[in-house]
Write a protein that binds this ligand. Structure first.
Ligand code: RFL
Ligand code: PHB
Length: 400
């Protein structure tokens, strides 16, 4: 098989890249480890920045999102028994966030891919990358017991945190930063009424809780737990009792209902600084992960892809590798800011078991400051809705 860009991974990063390239007349082949039903059914992110919404609209996959998504002008922070609204829209000159589930984004992107007449090769195994430091890189993989090879001009490693792509960068030049957190997030999907018109992030003495939504009858909520805890220790009653306790307010009751899925995910911050090596470009969670507290992961995948697709389009148009050469530098400036924000939100909202009473009070005071100072609220708001890509040629990569 031969293509211009070989894409490993059909997550949001890989699928958005394929669509952007297609619109520039650039061919790609996507390979994916899982079956289609799995990628279309895995519950992950919920919050999209305006940049991501604009990008999905630009590539022609935004219709359902614009019809079925929920548009939120603010979020609420709860601590010391009170709730405070952060007016995202007012503080950022009109920007808002969109709550639309990641697996619906995937469904829309997969449909768009098939509508272009191009395939996605599902259920692949034993994926390996070859000759990435030459002009003829190759991907080998197995499907149904048979070995296949894709010869390409470029490889895009969009295979998430556990994928093999970044390991094709030699150890001697691969620079990585990893920070692990003591807690994980236990997430549920529940058939219940919407708790609040906007998301609520709560820092309670018993621990963190987040109330989010999917539809008017399906809600997505989270509580922080010890990452090593086993989901089998969490009966539905125990989960509801924690959610009720951590979000309690006088005169307000959290609507509950049957829980139809629950799991625990680890929180980590990770940055791969060598996002490209020869003709291999790494994007999305394969290159960086953030704790979900800032709702940034998928949104960072979108900005990586926009920069990478712009670079590839320039290469095929003029032969210039200027943008490709600067891909990591441009992307990392935004990535580090989102890493900083996600780390800050996590530290401010989660109880740290090692904190003494002084540090606990400093944490609550930080929240009080953020909610009562215009500068504090604005800092949170501009980061939450998403910072711009900073580059002197920014107009080249702005979404329409
Ligand atoms: P993905 O989604 O992990 O996709 C990678 C794909 O690559 C495939 N793959 C392979 N394919 C072929 N060969 C191999 N050897 C392969 N190995 C792996 C995988 O099967 C998969 O299909 O990475 P991508 O595309 O970079 O997208 C990243 C996002 O998924 C992630 O950042 C977000 O889900 C993070 N996230 C959130 N991001 C937001 O922007 N807003 C949010 O509100 C938000 N909430 C969340 C989140 C992540 C969460 N979890 C599950 C950690 C909430 C949670 C709970
Ligand atoms: C979600 O709805 O899944 C969600 C919302 C906000 C976050 C993380 C996840 O910070």
């Amino acid at each position: 098989m031969r293509t211009q860009v070989g894409i490993i991974g059909a997550g949001p990063a890989g699928l958005m890249l394929a669509q952007l390239l297609h619109l520039q007349g650039i061919d790609s082949i996507i390979i994916e480890r899982k079956p289609r039903e799995d990628i279309e059914g895995t519950v992950k992110a919920g919050v999209l920045e305006q940049f991501t919404v604009d990008l999905l609209n630009e590539i022609g996959v935004g219709d359902r999102m614009m019809r079925e998504g929920h548009f939120h002008d603010g979020i609420e922070l709860q601590f010391s028994g009170k709730r405070h609204r952060i007016d995202l829209r007012g503080l950022t000159g009109g920007q808002r966030i969109t709550v639309y589930p990641q697996h619906e984004v995937i469904i829309d992107l997969v449909n768009a891919r098939f509508n272009t007449g191009r395939d996605i090769i599902f259920n692949v195994s034993e994926v390996s990358l070859h000759d990435v430091d030459t002009k003829e890189p190759k991907i080998r993989f197995k499907q149904n017991g048979e070995t296949h090879e894709i010869q390409c001009d470029f490889i895009a490693g969009c295979d998430g945190f556990h994928g093999p792509s970044r390991l094709a960068i030699p150890d001697s030049i691969r620079k990585e930063h990893l920070h692990l957190y003591a807690h994980g997030w236990l997430g549920i999907l529940t058939d219940a009424k919407q708790a609040n018109p906007e998301l609520i992030y709560s820092n309670h003495d018993r621990g963190f809780a987040l109330l989010s939504t999917r539809t008017s009858t399906l809600q997505r909520h989270y509580i922080s737990v010890d990452y090593h805890d086993d989901i089998a220790n969490w009966s539905d009653d125990r989960i509801w009792s924690e959610l009720h306790a951590r979000t309690a307010m006088d005169g307000w009751t959290l609507p509950d209902g049957p829980i139809n899925s629950k799991n625990i995910v680890q929180m980590r911050s990770y940055v791969l600084e060598t996002m490209n090596y020869g003709r291999l470009f790494i994007a999305g969670d394969a290159a960086h992960t953030v704790p979900p507290t800032g709702a940034k992961g998928l949104n960072l995948a979108a900005s990586d892809i926009k920069i990478l697709a712009t670079g590839l389009a320039e290469f095929y148009k003029s032969g210039s590798e200027d943008i490709l050469d600067r891909y990591a530098e441009i992307a990392l400036r935004r990535i580090w800011k989102a890493e900083r924000f996600s780390y800050w939100m996590t530290s401010m909202l989660h109880r740290n078991p090692n904190h003494d009473s002084f540090e606990r009070n400093i944490q609550l005071t930080e929240l009080d400051y953020v909610c009562t100072s215009v500068a504090g609220s604005k800092t949170l708001a501009e980061n939450y809705v998403g910072l711009p890509i900073q580059w002197e040629n920014k107009s080249l990569i702005e979404t329409k």
